[in-house]
Design a protein around this ligand. Structure first.
Ligand SMILES: Cc1cc2nc3c(=O)[nH]c(=O)nc-3n(C[C@H](O)[C@H](O)[C@H](O)COP(=O)(O)O)c2cc1C
Length: 185
């Protein structure tokens, strides 16, 4: 069993996955770790949609890129126009994380849950990546249709997703920025 501090330092975003699906007990452990995250006033203002259907993921990817290519942002435009780009990197499992619209703390609550899931995945040696880009799909013309397909609960909006799968690449650690911490003692 790896120690938590090592797992935190060794986690890296994985963008190449083996096609094999992760085990159900691994998925359940990761989802549960998200549900056990802290949340402001214990509101637990998150909702998770576990997607393991590649057809739906392909549709979501296209909807995301359709919005991206029409934005006034060169980097996103390039992503949207890149036929080869898949915002899920063909991960076999994607957990869409939606926040409860009326809760002020939704982004923080969902982010805490997301980080828990990334760390839990790494502790099981499962590759993961936090992907915000997918939120674009729910701002575009296909939003209503996608919401219905995914059975998203009323009053929740997707903020980002977590990709999961067995790693087919080594993660690389970027150097940490200096001067990011001040100690007042
Ligand atoms: C809020 C947030 C949004 C992100 N969105 C994306 C994304 O849309 N696509 C992607 O490939 N990576 C995304 N990432 C992953 C970052 O690119 C990655 O965490 C960063 O480059 C540091 O690398 P590391 O995770 O390996 O430490 C996101 C990360 C965070 C925290």
């Amino acid at each position: 069993m790896r120690n938590t501090l090592d797992v935190i330092k060794e986690r890296r975003s994985i963008r190449k996955f083996k096609p094999e699906q992760i085990k159900e007990e691994e998925l359940q452990a990761i989802v549960e770790s998200g549900l056990y995250a802290p949340s402001a006033i214990n509101k637990q203002s998150w909702n998770f949609t576990v997607i393991q259907n590649q057809e739906i993921l392909a549709e979501l990817n296209e909807a995301t890129k359709n919005v991206a290519r029409n934005l006034d942002n060169e980097a996103l435009k390039r992503i949207g126009e890149n036929e080869k780009y898949n915002c899920f990197y063909y991960a076999p499992t994607v957990i869409l994380v939606s926040g409860k619209d009326e809760e002020r703390s939704k982004v923080m609550d969902c982010s805490a849950a997301t980080q828990n899931m990334l760390i839990a995945a790494e502790s099981l040696n499962i590759g993961s990546c936090w992907v915000e880009l997918v939120s674009l799909a729910f701002m575009g013309p296909q939003a209503k249709e996608l919401r219905a397909k995914l059975n998203l609960p009323e009053g929740y909006t997707p903020l980002h997703c977590v990709l999961l799968g067995y790693k087919d690449m080594e993660g690389k650690t970027a150097p940490r920025k200096e001067n990011a911490v001040q100690y007042i003692r």
